[in-house]
Design a protein around this ligand. Structure first.
Ligand SMILES: Cc1cc2nc3c(=O)[nH]c(=O)nc-3n(C[C@H](O)[C@H](O)[C@H](O)COP(=O)(O)O)c2cc1C
Length: 178
């Protein structure tokens, strides 16, 4: 039996897509993070949290924090999914913002997600439009990488998901197998 459990949190499908790609590649078990309370972690050696990034926060980390006690002795990794191009500086900022205190030693991986304003909730779409307006007044050099991606996307749908983003995580998981 594959001993990896993947818990994902996805609003618009990209984080779920990466979880399912990982299942196809490795045979891991995949489940929504919201169902973690009802799951036994006992059979698994590795637990991976995959979550979309919204306003700089990685979704699903509250579940990770709540279950830290049950993760003792297991290998844990986080795979964040955002609009920003993969870039060392952006990843360092993401880590500093999200992986604090007891999460600081957990490896963080990153994959680029998708962007479709038409599919967003009214609240998210409004937020993104307001943000695009605010960013358009900014000096381009002062934009966050994901803000630049949002400007580049304009109002159109973009899908930057790519299985290649999973390679470093898959290598990490393979190194953990007996
Ligand atoms: C309201 C909102 C805020 C977002 N904030 C960020 C952000 O801070 N950084 C980033 O890289 N991407 C950001 N994004 C883009 C999402 O991370 C991207 O769409 C990703 O695919 C979301 O995962 P999901 O498709 O599984 O929901 C944001 C998207 C929305 C709708």
């Amino acid at each position: 039996m594959n001993q990896t459990l993947v818990l994902y949190r996805s609003k618009y499908g990209a984080a779920k897509k990466y979880a399912e790609l990982l299942r196809a590649q490795t045979g891991c078990t995949v489940c929504e993070a919201a169902r973690a309370d009802a799951l036994s972690f006992e059979p698994y050696r590795c637990i991976v949290f995959i979550g979309g990034i919204y306003a700089s926060g990685i979704a699903g980390l509250s579940t990770l924090r709540r279950h830290l006690g049950r993760l003792q002795g297991k290998r844990v990794a986080v795979f964040a999914v955002g609009a920003s191009p993969a870039d060392e500086k952006a990843l360092a900022a993401l880590k500093a913002h999200n992986m604090k205190g007891p999460l600081q030693d957990i490896p963080l991986f990153y994959g680029r997600g998708a962007w479709n304003e038409q599919a967003m909730t009214f609240k998210d779409r409004t937020l993104c439009r307001l943000l695009r307006k605010a960013v358009s007044r900014k000096d381009p050099g002062a934009c966050e990488p994901w803000e630049a991606a949002l400007m580049e996307a304009g109002g159109s749908a973009c899908d930057w998901t790519d299985p290649a983003y999973l390679e470093p995580l898959a290598a990490f998981l393979a190194a953990e197998r007996p």
